[in-house]
Design a protein around this ligand. Structure first.
Ligand code: SF4
Length: 315
């Protein structure tokens, strides 16, 4: 992995925020915890480098302050079972073995038993965390076909290692999450995604997958120039439209087709899977997976239902 300078900060600014979502698209009511700003994995499509201008990766070591903020949200707003994640401005696990940032959070959520912590990653190193994991931590992996990992996610763990690490977390008694995001349309992608779903079904216990998100590639307009300059053929293969939020997305008819294809493949593996779309419009939800979701509040309610179903009276 290329070395980027890491700077430690002890900040008292708010590190816990509502996931920013995007204009006129349905969000899932997620809370993000900013422990690290910047990511050394440098996926080709990552929007972070366009938002974070600095090459220095900032690591917030004021975990006590972060935990106080999380606690205040859980105590003051009991309208939902809140889901918190550290994977918004970096990868949740990439620095974890070196800096041990997640362990105090895992322990806090395990004692609190009132909300869930999601660690979202493409870095399959979890052995050091296994002894501390509890049912209130969701280990999640973003998954792509190996062909895409080799070209667009070069520094991250290969697919089989991500699936193996997810299985270890399941064997430890945790639920896991899966994120097929970004889904990329390239020549022959249907076949590769078919085999990806086959691998998921073969290696993982699907009854212990708490949620699966689907999100097709989307990016701010200025990234288009970078993709053209870098000759990112995989990323430029599909047809795009620029949305109200200024981001490029695949054409709506394509998005509906691909979501439906993946939804059906996954549901055929296990009909009980909870599958949601990341930052999509109401009509795309309805036409691809047949669900009428009015707004963020309605989707957050569906998550509550899912969590109560799996955890019973525990949460
Ligand atoms: S792992 Fe995630 S945060 Fe890191 S570069 Fe890739 S997309 Fe960006």
């Amino acid at each position: 992995m290329a070395l980027q300078r890491v700077e430690f900060i002890e900040t008292k600014i708010d590190a816990v925020r509502d996931c920013p979502g995007t204009k006129n698209h349905i969000c899932c009511g997620y809370k993000t915890i900013d422990l690290i700003e910047g990511c050394p994995l440098s996926c080709s499509y990552c929007i972070l480098k366009h938002y974070i201008k600095s090459d220095v990766i900032k690591v917030n070591r004021n975990i006590d302050h972060v935990i106080n903020q999380v606690d205040s949200i859980i105590e003051n707003d009991k309208s939902h079972i809140w889901r918190f994640g550290t994977g918004e401005l970096s990868d949740s696990l990439v620095f974890d073995r070196r800096y041990g940032l997640n362990r105090p959070l895992i322990e806090y959520f395990g004692e609190k038993k009132r909300a869930l912590l999601e660690l979202k990653s493409k870095w399959a190193q979890i052995d050091h965390l296994i002894p501390f994991l509890n049912r209130f931590t969701i280990i999640s992996f973003s998954l792509s076909p190996q062909a895409i990992i080799e070209k667009e996610e070069k520094r991250s763990s290969p697919l089989y290692k991500r699936l193996k690490a997810a299985k270890k977390a399941q064997d430890r008694g945790c639920f896991i999450g899966l994120h097929l995001d970004p889904i990329i349309i390239y020549e022959g992608f249907e076949k590769d995604y078919y085999y990806l779903v086959e691998d998921i079904g073969r290696i993982l216990d699907l009854d212990r997958v708490i949620w699966i998100s689907l999100g097709l590639l989307r990016f701010p307009s200025r990234m288009m120039d970078t993709f053209i300059k870098e000759k990112r053929r995989n990323l430029l293969y599909g047809e795009f439209i620029r949305g109200e939020d200024g981001k490029y997305r695949y054409l709506k008819s394509e998005r509906i087709r691909v979501y439906k294809m993946l939804y059906d493949l996954l549901k055929n593996k296990n009909n009980g899977l909870f599958i949601y779309l990341c930052m999509e419009r109401q009509d795309v939800w309805r036409e691809s997976i047949g669900l009428t979701i009015e707004d963020t509040e309605a989707l957050t309610g569906l998550f509550d239902k899912r969590i109560r179903y799996l955890y019973g009276g525990e949460l």
